[in-house]
Design a protein around this ligand. Sequence first.
Ligand SMILES: Cc1ncc(C[n+]2csc(CCOP(=O)(O)OP(=O)(O)O)c2C)c(N)n1
Ligand SMILES: [Mg+2]
Length: 384
Amino acid sequence: MTAGPRDLAAENQSGMKTNSQDCMDTNPIDLGSIEVLQVLDEQGTLNPSRDPGLSDESLLAVHRAMVLSRAFDSRMLTMQRQGEMGTFAPNLGQEACMIGQVWELTRQDWFSPSYRSFGAQIHRGWPMERLFLLWAGYHEGFPPPEDVNDMPFSIVIGSHVLPAVGIAMGMRRRQNRDCMVVNFGDGAMSQGAVSEALNFAMVDKAPVVFVCENNGWAISTPTHLQYATNHLAGRGIGFGVPSLRVDGNDILAMISAMREAIERARRGDGPTFIEAVTYRLSLHTTADDPKVYRDDAEIEPWQERCPIVRLERLLNTRGLLDSDGAEAVRAECDAEVLEAREQFRKIAKARPREVFDHLYKTTPPELEDQRDEYLRRLDRKGVD
Ligand SMILES: Cc1ncc(C[n+]2csc(CCOP(=O)(O)OP(=O)(O)O)c2C)c(N)n1
Ligand SMILES: [Mg+2]
């Protein structure tokens, strides 16, 4: 195992052993060696041989994109708790995965995300007010903006992975050198369709990068109850797909791995499978309370691995950003999110009379009855 300073494979598994110990034997089956890529260690020290070599300007932009993702996440949580937002899936702690997986994409490339991906969506060009609309349940928030080649996010676990491969197969036939990035979680790996997607992609040499964000949990299911092996990357190798584990809290490792994978796709050499090892620091969704199934002690080491703080250490060493500068970036990002919230509030006007619309082409009679009764109630209450 070519691990960085910390053996992420071992840590991820042992971290999972702290709970549900009574459920099963947690000794993972050793699939053998697989590369674990880390470029920036937890102290902010760089491994120059794998450094993607971003300019100072780009490093600062990457940092800002991660801070903006966190600011949006935190504001969404407040708005949800105050009743202004539907449920949503926080991505606190997963910002390096988010930004790293889309940083090297061009506007022509495609991105097919799952539901925990708004940091990446913001970077891809989704206006934040549109994402607020989306999570508040307004259908206007769902379609991707005109000039953004993204699929709407998928909430049905693993269901979007085969269609993403299909799009990539189309790209290969058009020979236009674009590529597709599709992300999903450790839990999605248990869906058969994801295995089918890996197989199809490799047989067809489709230009697709699979990013599995292994964040330790699938709602309340820890990884040792999800798979019996010491890593998921071996799953890709089983289908012949070049595969590696990446420190998913290391933005430079994510960018480096993605660059290599995207180049492979554009060369016509087919897919790559990246297992990004990270951790879901927050709730599964706002409808979830992890305190009932997860020991708080498990979270602490992962808080220490904060991807933003890690990059800030490097920026500080290089004289690019001190703590005042970092504070200023946070304040700017918070202000940007608040501005988007104001835009959202101007657009988001509840239309209670439309709740039965857009469901059926021809409304079934029993639903028509319910709608009529409901509309009469709105009339009685004087609601427009
Ligand atoms: C086909 C399907 N089964 C079950 C669910 C309910 N569900 C929603 S999220 C989730 C867990 C997914 O975990 P993972 O793939 O690890 O992604 P994460 O939420 O950790 O990012 C489940 C089972 C669903 N949305 N779709
Ligand atoms: Mg997960």
